[in-house]
Design a protein around this ligand. Structure first.
Ligand code: GDP
Length: 528
């Protein structure tokens, strides 16, 4: 791989690598994260992934529900140094009910690692997450994990990536055996053997014909292995760095996260290949990471991370300039100034005040409800970053409040939850009780639990007759008014007051769309 990022250590932007790991549950994301933190010196001891319930977690498991169910509900960020680079690893919830959170997090990364289980190949969720990355042309580095177990043939795996994801592959390493006979990897370009057995040093060999492979592989396998590896080496094109940066080609590494094998190669690949902070699209212009003035957007809000200290943290990706502790910034949505008096960096299990941060960094900003998802902060310029989306929820429920005297408190609490992106809240225009919308049912459990614990508001959910909702817009305001007048009982307003049409079935939605062809029914909305 000839083209690499030049990164003088003195250049803070060039050093940054902001990325996420995408995978199907159980492919090994947690294990890999732990190994990254271990090799990056961020934690002393990578706790082997035990039963998820009581393991030493690399994630903040501050929320009871997360502990109870043994799943990671929250998105967090882990910052650590590796070589000359600063890695910002953004964690995403493993459970698909929290996919909205994951999509929002992926708007804040510059690259992603796709972890694939070598036995299972591409799975459902890998594909979905990949598609989100593709929408933003995020470059992907692939790690095929669990080679120490029975695995599919490497050609089959590469073929599956190419066919199901329409993504070209460029294997950097090639497995030597698999499962019980897994002996290590062979790098196709520099002909280096990395032994699975840690005691043995890497060696450069003459090629797949080298006699070393007779020792490493069972006699019955070695001829086929040579043939296949020759083929892989011949098929290998010079690495097309541009195609990688545009998200059309992925370098592929093989290894075993559990056995610490191939993890360093992967980290080296992030340092060498993954791009530094990209330019970001705002409403009026592109913002370069190298611009002098600080700008950033909020992609995640997390409340009560520390149970002893009620707080609300907005996670902001810095897009340009330098953030200094104490600086005054403008919250573009409201036009108001705020002071960044205590921005924070997050490490494996710790956090610390961030005195300065640069493009690509993710800082936590403590606040009391001033900031919402999608907010843009600048040094004064009126720009809005695009692309922190909201998706039309698939599950709609009406909130049933046990104590009717607390209606006002409920409204305030729901507003907060909507601003944090926990759920979406819709206020029906006919004056009936608020409707909440979620993509996954577990979000409702989180809402109920947080209402009970944080606001002392026990709530229940009731079914509604609607199953589909869409944001409605129209270039002709008279037409929109006509539509709204005809559908009072099926219209609600979202957090920003935007009209949302609710239908009892996809069929009735389609019927309305045909009756009102000028109305646009959208299932995605950018946060503004
Ligand atoms: P996640 O759901 O993607 O975060 O997956 P985990 O990291 O929790 O891993 C799921 C299971 O696979 C755990 O039991 C891990 O110990 C196991 N695992 C992860 N990586 C490897 C590997 O390289 N080899 C083997 N044999 N098991 C692995």
């Amino acid at each position: 791989m000839s083209e690499q990022n030049n990164r003088p250590v003195s250049d803070p932007v060039a050093r940054r690598r902001t990325f996420a790991i995408i995978s199907h549950p159980d492919a090994g994301k947690t294990t890999l994260t732990e190994k990254f933190l271990l090799f990056g010196g961020a934690i002393q001891l990578a706790g082997e992934v035990k039963a998820k319930r009581n393991r030493v977690s690399t994630r903040s498991d501050w929320m009871g529900i997360e502990k109870d169910r043994g799943i990671s509900v929250v998105t967090s960020v882990m910052t650590f140094e590796y070589g000359d680079c600063v890695f910002n690893l953004l964690d995403t919830p493993g459970h698909e009910d929290f996919s909205e959170d994951t999509y929002r997090t992926l708007t804040a990364v510059d690259s992603a690692i796709m972890v694939i289980d070598a036995a299972k190949g591409i799975e459902d969720r890998t594909r979905k997450l990949f598609e989100v990355c593709r929408m933003r042309d995020i470059p992907i580095i692939t790690f095929i994990n669990k080679l120490d177990r029975e695995s599919q043939n490497p050609f089959e795996l590469l073929d599956e990536i190419e066919k199901t994801l329409a993504l070209d592959t460029s294997p950097v390493t090639w497995p030597i055996g698999q499962g019980k006979s897994f002996a290590g990897t062979y790098s196709l370009q520099d002909k280096k053997v990395r032994h699975f057995n840690e005691g043995e040093a890497d060696v450069v060999v003459s090629g797949p014909e080298d006699a070393l492979f007779d020792k490493l592989l069972p006699a019955s396998d070695v001829a086929t292995w040579r043939e296949e590896t020759e083929l892989a080496a011949e098929a290998l094109q010079p690495f097309d760095y541009k195609a990688f940066l545009e998200g059309h080609l992925t370098p592929v590494y093989f290894g075993s996260a559990l056995k610490n094998f191939g993890v360093r190669d992967l980290m080296d690949a992030i340092a060498a290949l993954a791009p530094p902070p990209r330019d970001q699209e705002a409403d009026s212009r592109m913002i370069s990471a190298r611009e002098k003035n600080m700008s950033g957007f909020v992609f995640k809000i997390q409340a009560n991370m520390d149970p002893n200290h009620r707080d609300r943290i907005a996670f902001m990706r810095v897009c340009s300039g330098k953030l200094s502790r104490g600086m005054k910034v403008k919250l573009v949505r409201t036009g108001k100034q705020m002071s960044l008096s205590a921005p924070q960096f997050f490490f494996a299990q710790d956090r610390a005040l961030a005195d300065e941060a640069y493009a690509g960094d993710v800082v936590g900003i403590p606040n009391h409800g001033t900031l919402r998802i999608g907010d843009t902060l600048t040094e004064g310029e009126e720009i809005l970053f695009r692309g922190v989306p909201s998706f039309a929820p698939e599950i709609l429920r009406r909130i049933k409040l046990q104590d009717a005297m607390k209606a006002k408190k409920l409204r305030e609490a729901l507003q907060q939850m909507a601003e944090e992106g926990v759920v979406q809240v819709f206020i029906p225009q006919d004056g009936s009780a608020a409707i909440v919308g979620v993509v996954g049912a577990l979000q409702l459990d989180v809402l109920a639990e947080r209402m009970r614990i944080e606001y002392s508001l026990p709530i229940a959910f009731e079914p509604v007759r609607f199953t589909v909702c869409r944001w409605v817009t129209c270039s002709e305001s008279a037409e929109l008014d006509k539509f709204m007048a005809a559908h009072r009982s099926s219209l609600s307003s979202d957090l920003d007051g935007a009209p949302v049409f609710m239908a009892t079935s996809p069929f009735s939605l389609q019927y309305e769309a045909e009756r009102f062809p000028k109305i646009e029914f959208s299932d995605v909305k950018d946060y503004q």
